[in-house]
Design a protein around this ligand. Structure first.
Ligand code: C5P
Length: 242
């Protein structure tokens, strides 16, 4: 088969042209970065695990009616996705104080928040993905009020569903990041979940011990990073391929 044309290379993934118009192939790398590229490393096997974990979670979300860009997994490191127009925002959902929120507001890590908090960050590496408000988003036309309403509704449903799913396997969903895209079908546009959902962009703590089972193990040099990702896959019932 002819080599596919590469369209974009990000920190953890590469996008290739898909086999049919309107499709792309998303390739998961083992590369890990933190602090917007300030710290770089390789987590052996991460790409394979994130491909499987994201496939599993996107399929479960599809089952409850949340539209996503995911079509199907192609192999160990690649999945077929719908081509969407990415909205340049990172939507962060927080259930428990951790990371930048804990630091910025001086709230001890692990404090359960009075309610779920949604934050928006403008996706721009050269600006270090600054936090923005709905005012900025609509004023600069990154998303319309209607797009934002859809994104918030999808985000809250995703959080409710994933929180329950993880509770069932002894994991606390502390916080996570979502990205959305616009999917055009003729003149109709709908907002769908894009990118990936994996331990790279979620904080996942063991419910009993609070052991971190996510990328914070890499960010904070805690060791046993790959093992943590494997543990999440194993608890989700994703078994290694024969
Ligand atoms: O660093 P911070 O506490 O703001 O991260 C909140 C959540 O968003 C974490 O789960 C983190 O993994 C995720 N995140 C991400 N990509 C970024 C920033 C944060 O996946 N660029």
């Amino acid at each position: 088969m002819a080599r596919r044309r590469q369209l974009y290379e990000g920190k953890a993934k590469i996008l290739f042209e898909g086999p049919e118009p309107g499709t792309l192939v998303q390739y998961f790398k083992d590369d890990a970065t933190a602090g917007n590229g300030a710290k770089k490393g390789i987590i052996t096997g991460k790409g394979v695990l994130n491909n499987r974990i994201s496939e599993h979670l996107m399929m479960r979300l599809h089952d409850i009616g949340i539209p996503t860009h995911f079509i199907r997994r192609l192999n160990m490191r690649e999945q077929l996705i719908r081509e969407v127009e990415i909205i340049p925002l990172e939507v962060v959902v927080r259930n428990v104080a951790a990371g930048s929120l804990a630091k910025r507001l001086g709230i001890p890590e692990g404090t359960r928040l009075p309610r779920t908090i949604i934050e928006y960050y403008y996706k721009n590496d050269s600006l270090n993905d600054p936090m923005v408000s709905e005012e900025h988003i609509t004023a600069f036309d990154w998303a319309s009020v209607h797009d934002l309403d859809d994104m918030v509704a999808l985000t809250m449903r995703t959080n409710d569903f994933l929180t329950g799913l993880f509770v069932g396997i002894g994991i606390t969903l502390v916080d996570f990041k979502l990205e959305f895209g616009r999917l055009w079908e003729g003149d109709e546009m709908r907002i769908v979940l894009a990118d990936e959902i994996s331990p790279d962009n979620c904080r996942l703590w063991d419910a009993k011990t609070s052991e971190k089972l996510d990328k914070d193990r890499f960010r904070r040099d805690l060791g046993r990073v790959e093992e943590a990702y494997q543990e999440v896959a194993w608890r989700l019932g994703i078994l290694p391929e024969a």
